[in-house]
Ligand binder design. Structure first.
Ligand code: ADP
Length: 164
């Protein structure tokens, strides 16, 4: 049976840290579906559709990874709908541990059959977050080595539009 994993997140925007996690997950599973979730407690820079287009472009080198945008509902229900056996998350530090542990425990309570698989962040991207990218990029800082090229172009354009 084909083993599908769901990687849910905000991805506002996708960073090289996310991409490295996807690359590694794609080696463990037959298919990885990245779900761009609309997080109601966070204000987004990019719309869900914009994020989806950017992720699609960045995933060209990973043929068994695909992306969808999803709004509303439980993530575990989405995972079940897609026939996923696992949910992928990344962990950079102890703050992530506490957060990810809570989410994974709650998800387990909702749906015991879906496992959360947590991949430790690549050493070089342990400090990297979408928020940090935005904090630096909005003031013209160089983040080109930390996000895929398409994402970099989109961030520069977005802040140019915002600052006009
Ligand atoms: P969310 O709002 O759901 O936390 P994010 O886009 O911030 O969405 O993160 C999605 C997942 O990717 C989370 O599990 C997060 O810990 C992980 N992640 C974020 N940045 C990195 C990184 N630099 N390296 C590895 N994993 C990361």
């Amino acid at each position: 049976m084909k083993k599908v994993a769901l990687f849910p997140g905000s991805f506002d925007p996708l960073t090289n840290g996310h991409l490295e996690t996807i690359r590694r997950a794609a080696k463990l599973f037959d298919e990885v579906i990245i779900a761009v979730l609309t997080n109601t407690s966070k204000v987004s820079l990019f719309t869900a559709d914009e994020k989806k287009v950017l992720i699609e472009a960045a995933l060209k080198e990973i043929p068994n990874a695909n992306v969808i945008a999803h709004t509303g509902g439980l993530t575990v229900d989405l995972a079940k709908e897609l026939g996923a056996v696992a949910m992928i998350r990344g962990m950079r530090n102890t703050s992530d541990f506490d957060y990810e542990y809570s989410i994974a425990s709650m998800n387990k309570l909702q749906t015991a059959e879906i496992e959360t698989v947590i991949l430790l962040a690549d050493e070089q991207y342990r400090f990297l977050s979408s928020s940090l990218i935005k904090e630096v990029a909005q003031f013209g800082g160089d983040v080109s080595s930390l996000v895929p090229a398409v994402v970099h172009d989109a961030i520069v354009k977005k802040y140019q539009e915002k600052n006009q």
